[in-house]
Design a protein around this ligand. Structure first.
Ligand code: ZN
Length: 510
């Protein structure tokens, strides 16, 4: 009865709500439940498999539920799930998932989606921006929280199971804030939006990558968010955070926040990424690197040369001697030469992989050196416009795909030959050779030679993996630690507890 009353309260112009409610009221809950599955959280799925340690990789690669279902074993290898045990476990679970997707009697947990839906739709939006239709479809398909509550009332057994899951999610929400998100001697948090607390009102965001802003939504009401000008624009545009909640931090200029000196520097990671120096009154300075790549410019920063750093919170993405990849310049040169070598065929399409933001320097350098425009989608161009490129750089981007045979595409679309064949079919007639470049540091691991690129070919598709990384290689990490010589190091990536901290720190100091 209550569901009927709610139905009457829905405004007549809200056709989406009527459509969803119809599914609940017409006695076909299974149909609506199947659609709810589309938003089931990937991270929860990983957690349930006991593979939570791969959470960061899945977040970094922006794998949403739709993408997850299409992952192949080859994809898993390429994103860094290389160990045989977990990889096979995932392959098996993916096969199970696909099997269940076709099963009409499944009854997924609705309450779980009530808790996560608001965040998930926002975070999934980034990857689906490249395919705008899927966002609209997803919005149509989802059931509003209000409607889900009504569904729960009519399914008490589902509600009790749901409550268990809700409790588990609440436990995750209230777990201790990791040490690498806290700045000792200050009331500040860094990249800690998964752990929002009322008692903190100063939230720093080092850059606009999902694994750093995860948890930040339009409803943020916990004080101020401090970040660079570029990151602030992206947070405003992509997450809908209003400007009154954002405070832009200037670069290379000491400012005072809540009585603490704060200075930011370019992190040489994605556009807008900063490393932050905090100088609290206890004279124990803390340097938080966010994600970064150490280079000559950073080594010239005077305050980093002179200020004694007590605690270094360090991006340890590649804190293992096996990750010794070349400098970005060497990889850019390799890609340019490869394009020149493959371009003997005028019907060649070059694809350059890119994250939502990240890898811009690579395709910009290619355009500059070859004096050729690169095609980007309208959604990508809107993002690029936030990145404060000078006019002479922005002129190299075009929305007209016929104006360029170098196209910038989402990284995951290049992850396997299977996907590339799909792209090749779409371009059949116009191009007869596809040359794809996947720029990521993950491609180089144990046993592989330190080289600026590797080439594979299947018929008319050529795929290069190039170790173009926006994180420090292991040797750069060691150089940086030597340069800063901190009293204390807190690894911020792949830190699973005291043992992994000890291992990483011993690698760095060896
Ligand atoms: Zn990042």
């Amino acid at each position: 009865m209550s569901a009927l009353i709610k139905a009457a309260a829905v405004p007549p112009h809200d056709s989406t709500a009527y459509h969803c409610l119809g599914q609940v009221l017409d006695g076909s809950p299974r149909q609506s439940s199947r659609k709810v599955v589309a938003a089931f959280p990937v991270l929860e799925w990983l957690h349930n498999l006991g593979l939570a340690k791969y959470e960061e990789i899945f977040v970094r690669e922006e794998i949403d539920w739709d993408t997850l279902k299409r992952l192949t074993e080859e994809d898993l290898c390429s994103i860094g799930v290389t160990a045989l045990g977990p990889r096979k476990k995932l392959v098996h679970a993916l096969a199970e998932l696909k099997r269940h997707e076709g099963n009409p009697v499944e009854t997924p947990d609705i309450q779980n989606v009530v808790v996560d839906e608001r965040n998930k739709l926002a975070t999934n939006k980034l990857i689906t921006d490249y395919f705008p239709g899927s966002v609209a479809r997803r919005k149509r398909d989802c059931i509003s929280a209000k409607e889900q509550k009504e569904t729960l009332k009519s399914h008490p057994s589902s509600a009790s199971r749901s409550q268990q899951k809700k409790n588990r999610i609440n436990n995750v929400k209230h777990k201790t804030v990791p040490t690498w998100c806290c700045i000792p001697g200050t009331p500040f948090r860094v990249d800690a939006f998964k752990y929002l607390r009322r008692e903190c009102s100063h939230w720093f965001l080092t850059h606009f990558h999902m694994d750093h802003y995860q948890g930040l939504t339009r409803s943020f009401c916990h004080g101020k968010i401090y970040c660079s000008s570029i990151t602030a624009k992206l947070v405003n545009m992509k997450l809908g955070i209003s400007w009154d909640k954002l405070q832009v931090l200037p670069l290379n200029q000491k400012i005072n926040i809540a009585g603490i000196a704060v200075t930011c520097f370019d992190a040489n990671h994605c556009p807008g990424a900063i490393i932050i120096l905090f100088e609290p009154p206890n004279n124990k300075a803390v340097l938080h690197t966010g994600d970064f790549r150490f280079g000559e410019e950073m080594a010239k920063i005077p305050i980093l040369q002179t200020c004694p750093i007590h605690t270094l919170i360090l991006d340890t993405t590649y804190c293992d001697p096996q990750y010794d990849f070349p400098k970005q310049e060497a990889v850019i040169q390799f890609v340019i030469e490869a394009i020149q070598a493959e371009a003997f065929n005028p019907k060649t399409l070059f694809l350059i992989g890119s994250y939502t933001i990240g890898k811009e320097r690579l395709f910009l350098e290619i355009a500059r050196v070859l004096r050729k425009k690169v095609y980007v989608s309208a959604a990508k161009l809107r993002l690029l416009e936030c990145l404060e490129f000078p006019k002479e750089d922005a002129q190299w981007f075009t929305l007209n795909e016929h104006e360029s045979h170098i196209h910038v595409v989402p990284m995951w679309t290049l992850a396997s030959f299977k996907r590339l064949k799909y792209i090749a079919n779409q371009y059949a007639g116009r191009f007869n050779l596809i040359v794809a470049f996947s720029p990521t540091g993950w491609t180089f691991s144990k046993g592989k030679k330190k080289s600026p690129g590797r080439r594979w070919q299947q018929g008319t598709i050529i795929r290069y993996e190039v170790p173009y990384s926006e994180h420090c290689s292991f040797s750069e990490l060691r150089d940086f630690v030597k340069f800063i010589s901190p009293a204390n190091i807190i690894p911020s990536v792949n830190n699973h507890g005291p043992e992994s901290t000890r291992t990483m720190v011993s690698h760095l100091l060896a």
